[in-house]
Design a binder for this molecule. Sequence first.
Ligand code: HPA
Length: 247
Amino acid sequence: MVKEEKQYAIIAGSGLQELAAESAEQKVTTEFGDPSSPIRVLLYGDRSVLFLGRHGDDFLIPPHKINYRANVKALQQLGVDCIIGMNTVGVITADAHPGEIALPDQLTDYTHDREHSIYDGTNAIVNVEFTEPFSGTLRKALLAAAAIAKVDVRDGGVYAVTQGPRLETAAEVDRLERDGADFVGMTLMPEASLAMELGMQYASLSLIVNYAAGRSENAIHAEVDASTMAAKSKAVAVLAALFDADA
Ligand code: HPA
């Protein structure tokens, strides 16, 4: 569907690394260190899309220990223009459910102590404008791809980014809701703002895998196990429609 020659990359999280299981690898390092894993090259027809698993190949890197700066910088060094962040989330709002996917249009950052900026006292600071944290162009392309793939996507919503790795308390989720949040996850920041600092478009394709803490009778992990596959296959169908050169 996307016709222009932009270089796309996917940064994926829980349960998604097998998307790139057999792909060719590119090792790259950055001034911030090594990315979480080698960069894989996915082929959609003639189009190559780069793929990075943010938790590492062995899935040992927790959300608060991810080297987000190295990850985003490595993709910039490889010429990436557009990053699709795939993030699993819990849902707070009542009108979306586990097994569905969402394209948030705002975020609130509750993380702390993460290396969150390329500006570290050695380079001239730019206070990037982050009013709209996601690329409107990329969101529109993903929505159009979802329509082609006949996949329902919850369009918009606020993604609250928590520190993890523990899940939230019920009272914390109530607070997030009072703050206007629709979804809660741990990995969107500082990935999204680093992409902005490094001049790349970014959007989050969020996989809803559970009701947020205190919002369901079910154990959270049981819900995650029951719904991840459905959300994942929807996200994969959207990506296939986005990158299918013939569509
Ligand atoms: N909270 C935080 N992060 C998450 C959740 C959640 O409920 N589900 C998936 N990632």
